[in-house]
Design a protein around this ligand. Sequence first.
Ligand SMILES: [Fe+2]
Length: 477
Amino acid sequence: MDSKMQGLLFFCSFVFFSSIRDGYAGFTSSFVRSEFPSVDIPLDHQVFAVPKGHNAPQQVHITQGDYEGKAVIISWVTPDEPGSNHVHFGTSEDKYQSSAEGTVSNYTFGEYKSGYIHHCLVEGLEHNTKYYYKIGSGDSSREFWFETPPKVEADAPYKFGIIGDLGQTFNSLSTLEHYIESKAQTVLFVGDLSYADRYKYTDVGVRWDTWARFVEKSTAYQPWIWSAGNHEIEYFPYMGEVVPFNNYLRRYTTPYLASNSSSPLWYAIRLASAHIIVLSSYSPYVKYTPQYKWLSEELTRVDREKTPWLIVLMHVPLYNSNEAHYMEGESMRVVFESWFIKYKVDVIFAGHVHAYERSYRFSNVDYNITGGNRYPVADKSAPVYITVGDGGNQEGLASRFMDPQPEYSAFREASYGHSTLEIKNRTHAVYHWNRNDEGKKVTTDSFVLHNQYWGNNRRRRKLKHFILSVIDEVVSI
Ligand SMILES: [Fe+2]
């Protein structure tokens, strides 16, 4: 295909997607797709298989380890004894020139005794580089690889996946396999990981273990950026467990200190051309609380010249027109929405509701108790809100939407799936929601996301000029 034809195709897509975006005619898909029963995969299924060998590392997962993408935290569990605490790594297969030493700990949860949980910070990495790594020892050692992101700069392209409320059913397995097919580079996970809290006593810990083995085929090879949901709280006085997030925090680390956060539950990273802020829906966030104070400071550190894309993750959606969890995000919306508009957040991803929903750019910041304005209004400075709580857990789909569809709601459907956000440059990114459909992933909602900061900039005008010149050329053929 020559460059003129590519230009014409790009223009046609641009017009099509723009017309969707600006239409304010919401669409409720009648499609409801639940491929498999909402029950967890049996414990003896091969997706939970324990790797062979004495004390072999299992449940391997990585996440970004710093503020810039030059470090990863590699985590794994050894079941029988602490074993080696080193990660051996290098840039060519079977040659591990470097090593790093991590920490190891175990814990109890009721009567459950965990394996030995290792967390190892591997730092000083080069950007855009494939690294191979080895953990464990002797015949039981295991090898994996990962790729570091490009340097933090304005036009760095990058492809994110977005997954939420995953669980460990056969629907979850479809979502995970479809996500891997999407060939994205990092998962933005919007909370509710294992649904182990649906079990009791020792089975809670057992299902945290099975979940981590279940997702290892992705989590060992690319970073998953974690945020916590209600299923991570696990407040269980009946078994003496009253410290929230215990299983989650023992197993899933985040680089919170690198963004001056005081808690692993809320933090920020910079990755390629994106600044990603992770919030905790279930930690205090009202005025004067640590999370509130931290967010107020982190937003001032966002440099849109270096990271044009500002993305926020949280578990509970601020805009949700499903009957499930309706209004649960309202208190956080009241506290933070005006900041999200002031700082021109591009998109906010959430989970919690087991369905898919995308909003237009709307806000409700004019509302106050006495002002009289009570309804969300179209607002070009507002983020797009996307709910992707449709990973496929054992609680099933949330299939009852409010009727009529509110004006702010652009698209909604009660099916399982995952999303991708492919950043092309500083001005635009391509978004897809991919439904699980008869064993396939089917793109069901897509649009071009225009950057909120650079959208009105000279560079955007330059892009428009380029498109018009391509049209002129095509017309004159
Ligand atoms: Fe949830």
